[in-house]
Design a protein around this ligand. Structure first.
Ligand code: ZN
Length: 310
């Protein structure tokens, strides 16, 4: 019988982070401005270890290198996805990510970054930055040079349960009072366009105007999201996005349901409630990978799970 690989998350302190990863997810976080939980990651900047079983203590990158059969013998040179939970107490910088091609050439062979956000929770009148109002690159450059940020930046209202796809070249920022689950390519390349002139340890954080202008798409176009919904008395499965980098689905369970893992591997994050998978207790904040060839599994309980695969 193949084992489910439970993951030990890694935490990152950020100038904009808070303490909700402890107060709401029960994690042992390093301090009260912890912004990110790297929940499923083999990235060198945060390589998670396995919590249980045969591979306890091994890193996810080690497993990818040495036990590739757990991932359907996929041929990517690194574990391709990264799942995070973000607690933004304050606003994140206005930023943009490169695509694979630009990152490979300009960021030491890194992957580009396509990412998507499932809003776990947010304050009543919460907002998010997605897109900009420049019609072309010249206008974009002008607005940046003249620091016309309010005119440039496009702000949208959000609520719990919203979902957004952020492709490379999309200006974006999470704003304060928001917790979200992010599924992304395994990349850590961010170009900061504007950081509200904030100081971090007495100094402004690095800004990347040239790279930002290089990669920002003009004009902005929203990415379509959403897919099919399957529902019965026990469970609802909703496809949130399917793109060339990942498919993300949300499972809403209120009973017992048999499902199948027939992908190369499947990432899973319990985002609310508790229950069991094949008799193993799971609850909000647990993250695991169901390996290749696992086949059918039984979920039981009252919980919401976000899954991703390629
Ligand atoms: Zn981003």
């Amino acid at each position: 019988m193949k084992e489910i690989l439970f993951i030990n998350p890694i935490f990152k302190s950020m100038v904009w982070g808070g303490n909700r990863l402890r107060t709401e997810f029960g994690y042992d976080i390093p301090d009260d401005h912890t912004g990110e939980c790297w929940a499923i990651s083999a990235h060198p900047n945060g390589d998670c270890t396995i919590k249980n079983g045969t591979y306890e203590g091994k890193s996810l990158s080690w497993l990818w290198e040495n036990r590739r059969e757990l991932f359907g013998n996929r041929n990517e040179d690194r574990f391709p996805l990264l799942v995070k939970i973000i607690d933004a107490k304050a606003d994140l910088s206005i930023q943009v990510h490169p695509d694979d091609d630009y990152a490979f050439k300009n960021a030491n062979g890194s992957l580009g970054k396509t990412e998507c956000w499932y809003i776990l929770d947010c304050k009543d009148d919460a907002q998010i930055v997605i897109g900009h109002n420049a019609r072309n690159k010249d206008e974009l450059k002008q607005m940046i040079e003249q620091k016309r940020w309010n005119e440039l930046i496009r702000i949208l209202p959000i609520k719990k349960g919203d979902f957004f796809q952020i492709t490379p070249g999309t200006v974006h920022a999470i704003k304060g009072g928001t917790m979200l689950l992010e599924t992304q390519q395994s990349s850590d390349i961010t170009y900061r366009l504007y950081d509200y002139d904030r100081l971090d340890n007495g100094k402004p954080r690095q800004i990347h105007i040239k790279e930002s202008i290089d990669v920002i798409k003009c004009p902005h176009e929203d990415e379509p999201v959403g897919g099919y919904i399957i529902k019965n008395e026990m469970c609802e499965i909703r496809e949130l996005i399917s793109c060339r980098f990942y498919t993300v689905k949300k499972i809403n369970l209120w009973g017992k349901q048999e499902l199948i893992q027939d992908k190369d591997f499947m990432n899973a994050s319990v985002i609310s409630g508790e229950g069991e998978i094949d008799g193993i207790k799971i609850s909000k904040g647990d993250h695991f990978i169901i390996p290749f060839g696992y086949g059918n599994f039984i979920l039981e309980g009252d919980m919401e799970i976000v899954i991703s695969y390629i």
